[in-house]
Design a protein around this ligand. Structure first.
Ligand SMILES: [Zn+2]
Length: 410
């Protein structure tokens, strides 16, 4: 915890102007990370082949793409905290949705996250809806919290969806003065995706309840897209990181499974077989808007913390976090990601930018969740802190001599 306080203090001092905050602003690279929770190649690939994800296809053509190795029994708070700190959960303190009986929060974080290191180096940072960033922390820019935000009707912060106006105090937005600005220009918005309906709610009116819930999901995404667009237009930062969560939520209980899969119920799973692929079609539209803010000098990374796969009968005896039910314990799920072997549910990695190779597929598991932070730091010429477990992904860059190298970044 000592270390924790020290990095918070560092950012505060920086913001008070004691440390010179900015160097040459113009020469600083523009880097954007778009996270899509649980983005799954098995679903995305056929859509790409059919030309149904034109924006994602553009990024693939102009960059490198492949799988991303994730953690064992991956879930969003755990993996995003490992991405941000490049350290394993047992070191950074965020071991899951719940840590020692309490919903994970930023004051449990024991290793310095990427946004704090960047802030200290004068890089401006903008973040929205990144899991496990509640309560928000001071940084050289803005932060709007994401998954695990607590609020009215979502007191435990677990897989539910408070609106900005329903969060107590000003813990969802930094700086606090930005709340009023967002309310005026974006309107009230959901911080995370909706909780799934319970088995009780579904009983006998499955199609109707599923449709109603999917409409809610569309509204959550539309508002989120409006928020992202507003932030990109009016608060351009050197480093920007946005995350979407509805894809994962839909995948958990509406994955297009077959009658032979574990947990198949025709009343639920033959109703909206396109619901999960539709989430990626909708994401592609959001990506199209984001791409309008990506110029030739921008590095864009699209990542998912893990994939998601149908349940496997032989493994369901052991109950892990999401297993067989959502966290509320009352919604049956038919796909999950907390398989003990994380290599069964790899995440997605795509990168595009000025010195990044074009149309290159990364085979196997060369990229891991630990490599994101060191690679981003290297783009700003910031030395990788010794506690970081990952490496700079030198192989994604063209050999022009100007790209970051592990030696120069260390
Ligand atoms: Zn999930």
């Amino acid at each position: 915890m000592l270390r924790d306080k020290r990095f918070r203090l560092g950012v505060l001092i920086l913001l008070m102007g004691v440390i010179p905050a900015r160097g040459d602003i113009e020469s600083r690279p523009h880097v954007m990370i778009v996270g899509v929770n649980g983005m799954e190649w098995d679903i995305v690939r056929p859509l790409l082949l059919r030309g149904e994800l034109p924006n994602l296809a553009k990024v693939i053509q102009r960059g490198v793409y492949g799988k991303m190795r994730t953690l064992s029994a991956p879930n969003c708070p755990k993996v995003y905290s490992s991405i941000a700190t490049s350290t394993p959960p047992e070191e950074n303190g965020i071991t899951g949705f719940v840590v020692a009986g309490k919903t994970a929060s930023t004051d449990m974080l024991k290793r310095e996250p990427l946004w704090s290191i960047l802030s200290k180096h004068g890089v401006t940072v903008g973040m929205a809806n990144v899991p496990a960033t509640f309560p928000v922390m001071p940084l050289n820019g803005y932060m709007i919290s994401g998954m695990l935000t607590r609020g009215k009707g979502c007191e435990d912060g677990l897989l539910c969806s408070p609106k900005l106006s329903e969060v107590k105090g000003r813990e969802a937005v930094y700086p606090p003065r930005m709340v009023a600005e967002l309310e005026t220009n974006v309107g009230d918005f959901w911080i995370d995706c909706s909780r799934m309906p319970s088995a009780e709610e579904l009983k006998g009116k499955e199609a109707e309840v599923i449709d109603h819930w999917l409409q809610q999901v569309s509204q959550v995404r539309a508002k989120q897209a409006k928020l992202f667009d507003y932030l990109l237009k009016h608060h351009r930062t050197d480093f920007t990181m946005f995350v979407q969560s509805c894809e994962d939520r839909v995948g958990h209980w509406l994955y297009p499974i077959q009658p032979y899969n574990a947990g198949y119920d025709p009343a639920l799973h033959s109703v909206r077989v396109d619901a999960f692929p539709d989430q990626y079609r909708a994401f592609d539209q959001v990506l199209g808007k984001v791409l309008q803010h990506v110029d030739k000098t921008t590095y864009l990374f699209i990542i998912s913390d893990h994939g998601i796969k149908p349940l496997r009968e032989f493994e369901e005896g052991r109950r892990l976090y999401h297993s067989t039910h959502d966290h509320g314990g009352n919604t049956p799920i038919i796909a999950k990601h907390d398989f003990e072997d994380g290599d069964d549910v790899p995440g997605i990695f795509l990168a595009m930018g000025p010195s990044i190779k074009r149309d290159v597929r990364l085979m196997g598991f060369t990229v891991s969740v630990f490599d994101i932070a060191p690679t981003i730091l290297s783009l700003y010429g910031i030395r990788q802190p010794t506690q970081m477990k990952g490496r700079v992904l030198t192989e994604i860059f063209e050999a022009t001599g100007s790209q970051p190298t592990e030696a120069s970044a260390r």
